[in-house]
Design a protein around this ligand. Sequence first.
Ligand SMILES: NC(=O)c1ccc[n+]([C@@H]2O[C@H](COP(=O)([O-])OP(=O)(O)OC[C@H]3O[C@@H](n4cnc5c(N)ncnc54)[C@H](O)[C@@H]3O)[C@@H](O)[C@H]2O)c1
Ligand SMILES: [Zn+2]
Length: 379
Amino acid sequence: VHQRLSVTFEYPVVFTRDLLAQGNPVLTHVLTSRGGPRPHRILAVLDDGVASAFPDLSARLAAYAGASEGVLALASDPVVVPGGERAKNDPTIVARLHREIHARHVDRHSFVVVVGGGGVLDAAGYAAATAHRGIRLVRVPTTVLGQNDSGVGVKNGINAFEAKNFLGTFAPPFAVLNDSLFLERLPRRDRIAGLAEAVKVALIRDGSFFTWLEAHVQALAACDLDTTTTAIRRCAELHLAHIAGGGDPFETGSARPLDFGHWAAHKLESLTTHELRHGEAVALGLLIDGRYSVEAGLLDAASFGRLHALLGALGLPRWHTALEDHAPLLGGLEDFREHLGGELTVTLLTGLGRAVEVHAMDVDRIRAAIAWLGEARAR
Ligand SMILES: NC(=O)c1ccc[n+]([C@@H]2O[C@H](COP(=O)([O-])OP(=O)(O)OC[C@H]3O[C@@H](n4cnc5c(N)ncnc54)[C@H](O)[C@@H]3O)[C@@H](O)[C@H]2O)c1
Ligand SMILES: [Zn+2]
């Protein structure tokens, strides 16, 4: 007996402004788009950092549902959870979300609507995916990283045994709603950090986007909202195109081009106990693997110089004290291999917008790449 089934997943990624404004139809349209019993019930999960930056968020959500004339209904008051990595490090948060889903009778025709940064999206996504084997999830990412990278993809997860994303599932969302209003009160540090993922995807997929980033670096570094939103949109498109067209949406193989620079990034995040933002660690990872590409004779030094200059002009870190001791960082390669499963596969650059995969990295070249970054500080 050979069983075969194929399933098509579809979800909209909508760019909007002020999702909860009376008269903005996006949320109602999305929640009613596939039919189902009315009212459409919503369990809202809010990132506490977003809830304090936007103190009227709960009231505006209640007003939006209240004005829908029986089309939408809140299953309860929004559940506010700790933002950032805390959401993924504390297992009681997922347990609390499961308890709420149970107590409020949130079923597979209801929605979990999560509003927050990548950390809260990942934790609430995991809770939603595992309750009743999967409740419809609508993500409302509120960070640059959430809107251009983590929030538009098909993964969720929490940390366990000191391993990042040890528990998690592949679960495409019902919809992703990117509201630029949230970015206005996002601290500058996070607005810049998320741009590292845009540089990353440009490096491996789209040289013209890299040139666009160079041309708009001043506006991006000044956190100009329109320019940031344009960069987010292009980054999200490239990300989505990879998931849909890369041939391996649920990552059964070992190749992971979107994880360019991430073996070092993930290790740097844990070595600095998350003092470095994910995007900042990614910037350092791009530099290590970019310079490594030069050391390996794959990439020309001038192209790498443009990468080094772009990250600097954006205000992303190009050095960190955690790079001083190479030994712990090098452990990140084995962690990465284990996370991929199977053979080590690392993406390197052959040009700005062109990538290649390798299955081994030379430790001396990694050391040389890091040494170059250290010396560059003095230049
Ligand atoms: N699932 C995936 O495919 C995937 C991909 C990449 C990254 N991630 C995960 O995403 C996480 C990082 O996410 P992030 O960079 O979005 O940051 P984050 O979730 O860590 O949030 C950073 C801080 O900003 C606050 N915040 C969020 N939005 C705000 C707003 N609009 N205004 C004011 N404060 C706000 C949060 O409360 C938090 O304190 C990491 O855990 C990473 O592993 C997941
Ligand atoms: Zn990343």
